[in-house]
Design a protein around this ligand. Sequence first.
Ligand code: FUB
Ligand code: ZN
Length: 631
Amino acid sequence: MEINTTHSPYARLKTLPLKNVSVSGGFWSGRQAINHEISLKHAFRKLEDSGNFNNVRLAAGSGVGEYRRPVFMDSDIYKWLEAVSYELVNRPDPELEAMADKAIDLLAAAQQADGYLNSYYQVVEPEKKWQELAMGHELYCAGHLFEAAVAHHRATGKTTLLDIACRFADHIDATFGPGKRDAVPGHPVVELALVELFRESGEQRYLELAGFFVDQRGQGKMIGRTPFGTDYHQDRVPVREAQIVEGHAVRQLYLLAGVADIYLETGDAALLEAAKRLWQDVTAHKLYLTAGLGARHLGESFGAAYELPNDTAYAETCATIANMMWNWRLLAITGDARHADMIERSLYNGFLSGISLDGQRYFYVNPLSSPGGIERPEWYGCACCPPNVMRQIALLGHYVATTSAAGLQIHQYIASEIAADLGGNPVKVRLETAYPWEGQIKLIVEETGDAPWEIALRIPAWCEEASIQIGDHLSDVSANAGGYVRFKRTWQPGEAVQLNLRLTPRLIQPHPRVDATRGSLAITYGPLVYCFEGVDLPAGVNLSDVRIHSTAPLEAIWREDMLGKIVEIKAHGAVEDLSAWEDILYRALSLVTPSYQDLELTAVPYYAWANRGPGTMRVWLPCGGQGMDRR
Ligand code: FUB
Ligand code: ZN
């Protein structure tokens, strides 16, 4: 969700409104166009076909037929409304706006006089309202409503959805809080949403309520049935005492985003300390190379440290999105480039794999290997991911840059135009780039005042060689990898800063404790993680038998004709001859000498896998086939 940290006292960096950044050309604008033209309109039909709208009609008294579950169907409508709102900022569209208005009219008709709004509990179990906080998702749906309402208000200036949201927030505030009822939201998201509702409305009670929900955790206060333990719900220990990320990954990460939001407003140091500890746990132990999170299908949850299986990885698309939301807030708090690096890694890999190239099919689970047979379905019975992808693509511009008292920071190299007000000095810059395929990024100052200001450019941690040219002056900035390089001066209109990030394919090895990938290598190219697909192998070669050579050179080749234009990587490897293994599962080491046949390998960006049929896929390949296996 877009966050407005303009008045957040603990924001080192100030976020820019989406309207200040327009994505134009390059890698992402086509994807935004598909999102606008295809995905959002397709989703409107899916919300009708799947019963989400009819559920609300049932609550409003105008629907016919049965209520369609799961209990959180309303949240898909809200995420879609949020996505539509961002797209209305990117590109006005009366058809989309009318669709949104229609949905909002329906919600207004369904809302109770006391402000309550949740189609499931209004229609199916009215006597259970606020009784099933563990799994009932009432506060989760409310949170997504608040996010949508803020986005809609910012996009259109209309208060139709914001009024609905505030009435419901007031109802919740009258129900829960100190001296009222206890509540641990079983699925966090309401916390971050309440903070943004506070930022938009100025209503302090919403911020306090968010803090109350966070502080209720870890005290045995969860009410309602749940098949899961307290760890699943992040209710085992108080947030301030948490040492590890655990349980349901999306829940954990939305909670942490909300905790960061509360820090941005309150400066509560214990919350930031907890966030830093948990971030360390994620990055050192529980993050897939693709920026997927959640190792286990059971409970859609984080695993133990280094438990990162490939084929059974959960890595829900929503978890990667939630992690970007968390890191965006941590970036605003700390200014630390590691959070922008994390967002980049997520965007180009575990997030983008969540949607097909045609914008009409979605992955919920994003494994790092597939035995074949997996394709993105059009929609899901539990459709949390598709509209989440839509809102994230629509909101991309928000993640490009921030401001501070010093100047403008560029975090993501997305071709775009950026307008910012630097303390009364209005500036405009344009980013031109074919990134991530090419490493040249040109920043052109289009408008600037007379006062000096600073441009800060992120040098990604993966980059081994980087330089910057301004006019005739070329500087090597490789040492800045993992941080920012800063230039302060009185800029002239038309002046350009040329950043060159050297992009080369690289072989990546995993931490030796990751059982699933021990002795294997993966390929990256800039921020992109690559994979191998069975469809690129010679007929009869099984991807499971393929090894990769660790010493042979890798070659990057531009392909106009493949997967919507990509850089493919050629690697060298070998296929093992398994004829000595027919019908035998285990053999004495002394009995078999592996024999290999050399093979040229083709790797494609992970995000693009499963767009050429449901074939096999692997991110990691065992290393070997060079006469001697590596490990
Ligand atoms: O529970 C609501 C959403 O459905 C979660 O965030 C997803 O993991 C899926 O379980
Ligand atoms: Zn999801």
